[in-house]
Write a protein that binds this ligand. Structure first.
Ligand code: AMP
Ligand code: FE
Ligand code: FE
Ligand code: ZN
Length: 290
């Protein structure tokens, strides 16, 4: 069984529609794909429909923006009830603030001499929860930088770069409460990806584990061999399930879908007691309880 538990569609900063994403997963030989768009569940229905057609299991999820002091944390939430109002309200706030902040980032870019417009960036984002990668695409289109990666230099969009603006993010302990009260489980994403900001300490991961965190992403494109080993050791010590995933974003990143995968035993353990999350298609929305 090949399992990829972290991917993005065009409902956030990926480039494939949810249906295309499931097709790409099928072509790559994946049996299980989690859809984890940033701060939104808007792609779930389309992904479920494609999953039923193609015989791929889609795990519904979202990657929730959190912040602990100066550390930006991404929490992968899976199998939660998207109709639960409190968590739903927070996802709305997160998306609304992404709009405010993206417009400010575009203003900063303009002040720095980049010939991009808010209208064009909004158009590139379409129905997505907007983010820096959409601004990055506009910068590439305008010839300011050669690639999306280059747009994430300190000259432009990098964390604390010249055009960087902070956005609303949840306290991770509050986010864990919201995920749990909505019936889901949480895994901390790329905790040792240094290029994305501050790295979580072992103590902080321990505190999250005591607050009910169920898993930790070990195999990720931004983790080197030493980081992966450190995380696997920590997972064993803390009783966390180690996962692996691609963090696929379509053509906005070079990573391939299924480049890192989760062990089937880890997958079973992660969703133990949540059979509706892992059931084989065809499935209906109602039977998933989401
Ligand atoms: P935002 O959620 O708007 O703060 O944007 C963060 C997103 O930008 C991440 O989810 C990645 O998809 C992308 N990103 C962050 N750092 C880089 C980078 N160095 N190169 C390319 N994409 C990046
Ligand atoms: Fe992203
Ligand atoms: Fe992330
Ligand atoms: Zn991601």
């Amino acid at each position: 069984m090949r399992i990829d538990l972290h991917t993005h569609s065009s409902r956030s900063d990926g480039t494939d529609t949810p249906a295309e994403l499931v097709e790409v997963a099928k072509d790559a030989g994946l049996d299980v794909l989690a859809l984890t768009d940033h701060d939104t569940t808007a792609g779930w229905d389309e992904a479920f429909t494609a999953a039923g057609r193609l015989g791929v299991t889609v795990v519904p999820g979202a990657e929730i923006s959190c912040r602990l002091g100066r550390i930006r944390i991404h929490l992968l939430a899976y199998g939660f009830d998207r109709a639960e109002p409190e968590f739903g309200r927070e996802r709305n706030l997160l998306r609304d603030d992404r709009e405010r902040r993206a417009e400010l980032i575009v203003q900063r870019c303009q002040e720095l001499g980049a010939p991009i417009t808010w209208e064009r960036v909004r158009e590139i984002a379409g129905s997505a929860a907007i983010g820096r990668p959409h601004v990055a695409s506009a910068l590439v289109e305008a010839g300011v930088v050669a690639t999306v990666d280059a747009a994430f230099s300190s000259d432009w969009l990098a964390d604390n770069g010249r055009a960087y603006v902070t956005k609303y993010a949840l306290d991770p302990f509050r986010a864990l409460e919201l995920v749990h009260s909505s019936g889901g489980v949480a895994v901390v994403a790329h905790p040792a990806a240094g290029s994305r900001g501050w790295i979580l300490t072992d103590d902080q991961i321990g505190e999250l584990a005591r607050a009910g965190l169920r898993g930790i992403e070990a195999d990720h494109v931004n983790h080197d061999a030493a980081a992966r080993e450190r995380i696997r050791g920590l997972a064993a010590e803390l009783g966390l399930v180690p996962t692996g995933s691609s963090d696929y974003h379509g053509s906005r990143k070079t990573v391939r879908i299924g480049e890192n995968t989760t062990d089937p035993a880890a997958y079973e353990e992660l969703f133990d007691g949540m059979p509706w999350v892992t059931q084989r298609p065809p499935h209906s929305e109602a039977s998933r309880g989401v």
